[in-house]
Design a protein around this ligand. Structure first.
Ligand SMILES: [Zn+2]
Length: 439
């Protein structure tokens, strides 16, 4: 998944706070808001946006209280400038070199103080003896290092991951010429629309299948700290209507903490295999019963697909599995073979080299790089030779029916419906509104 944002604090808290926000906002309010927004923007009725109310003040205060020490007034704040070091900052405050040394060499957390950057903040609290009692180092917007003097005159450290407040927003668009143009028109950030394309990328080919009039709706998080928007978060639910066919996806984190996208019934949006193990490639030879082999100068069947790509282009495992073979294999040259469960096996030939750590017996994840495109073995130029075998029989990787990735576990289905219903209902509301307007 392409969302770079990783939530550092308990996901549970995030989910809880999101739920608080959403549950506090009834469906009828939603409907009213949708209608109101719609009537004011009639000419552009598919481009309104809705922002949900912010978290309750008490919740925000509770979060704030957990990260703010009580003696706020006595703290001194230093904004780090270019060229500053911990030593120079401490010296300016009047702290001794031995204090600097004690802090800097304390543990792995305080070692980060060697890499302070301009713009970051250090807060210090001095005692009546002018010695350091506490300090806080704000490494980034979500991470603060707290250092406290202990009774035995040593120091204790604590890393505080303060959480960003997530507020779901709903946006939608209609495609006139391209997905990106539609997204820009609806003020949907590029990374969010990239995520949308990757969520539905298993079902919709975004370079070939898109039609004028296709519509989409997205519920995604905007992440705030102290009422300032920091960045966009994950897509929580999305809908894409392609050529009249509706696709829906919702994000679900199961009780074990694994998050993924599913359709409304809990089926995975992913397939167990990628259709192509190389991005940005072109197919140079298809699966066939008979073809002329240029190097062997004879007719042979071609039991795979060749992807022409530049030497060094990453080759990805098309599914989760275990490496069966990583080494030379006759005319295939440098080859990786992956076993996926009992039935499936994939072969990647003519590699230039292997990715680090790739050797037989190792487990690999779908999308993990296993090697790089090359021309080892019998190959006229750099390309990947890719084979897909089902129960030992070669199948055409371009047309074989790919098995689906695992659905939500049966025992989690109630939990799945409870957690995702609110986001899915936001999408259904869009559908209702659109239907009403066309009447
Ligand atoms: Zn081939």
């Amino acid at each position: 998944m392409r969302s770079k944002f990783r939530i550092k604090l308990p996901l549970k808290l995030l989910v809880v706070s999101t739920a608080v926000v959403l549950l506090g906002f009834s469906a009828s309010n939603w409907q009213a808001a949708v209608k109101a927004a719609d009537s004011t923007l009639k000419s552009e009725r598919l481009h309104y946006e809705l922002t949900l109310p912010k978290a309750t003040t008490s919740l925000q205060n509770a979060i704030q209280a957990s990260i703010t020490p009580t003696e706020d007034s006595a703290w001194e704040t230093v904004v780090i400038k270019s060229g500053d070091t911990l030593a120079s900052i401490f010296s300016n405050i009047g702290l001794s070199a031995s204090t600097t040394h004690a802090i800097a060499t304390l543990n792995e957390h305080t070692r980060s103080l060697r890499y302070i950057k301009p713009g970051q903040k250090i807060h210090v609290l001095l005692g009546e003896d002018s010695n350091l009692r506490q300090m806080k180092y704000e490494a980034d917007i979500t991470k603060t290092l707290l250092i406290k003097r202990t009774e035995d005159q040593s120091f204790d450290t604590q890393v505080i991951n303060s959480q960003l407040d997530a507020f779901p927003v709903y946006r939608e668009g209609v495609i006139e010429s391209s997905l990106f143009e539609a997204a820009a028109h609806s003020s949907i950030p590029e990374n969010v629309i990239m995520d949308l394309a990757s969520i539905f990328g298993w079902d919709i080919d975004f370079s070939l299948d898109i039609r004028k009039g296709d519509r989409f709706g997205i519920v995604y998080n905007e992440l705030y700290k102290d009422d300032v928007k920091i960045r966009d978060g994950r897509i929580l639910a999305a809908e894409f209507i392609n050529n009249g066919k509706i696709y829906r996806a919702v994000y679900y984190i199961d009780p074990k903490g694994n998050g993924d996208y599913y359709d409304e019934s809990g089926k995975s949006m992913r397939k167990a295999f990628l259709r192509s193990p190389v991005e940005f490639s072109r197919i140079t030879s298809r699966f066939s019963k008979k073809r002329w082999h240029p190097l062997l100068s004879k007719w042979r069947s071609h039991k795979g697909v060749d992807y022409g790509a530049r030497r060094g282009t990453p080759v990805r495992a098309s599914g989760d599995g275990k490496i069966l073979h990583a080494g030379n294999k006759g005319g295939y040259g440098r080859t990786v073979i992956i076993q996926h469960g009992g039935r499936y096996r994939t072969v990647y030939g003519h590699l230039n080299g292997y990715a680090r750590g790739v050797r037989s017996g190792k487990k690999v994840k779908q999308g993990q790089i296993v090697g790089y495109v090359g021309s080892s073995g019998l190959a006229t130029g750099p390309h990947l030779h890719y084979e897909f075998r089902v129960n030992g029989v070669h199948r055409n990787p371009l047309t074989v029916r790919l098995p689906e990735a695992k659905p939500v576990h049966e025992s989690y289905l109630t939990n799945f419906r409870e957690k995702t219903g609110v986001y899915l209902s936001m999408l259904h509301l869009m559908e209702t509104t659109v239907a009403t307007n066309t009447n």
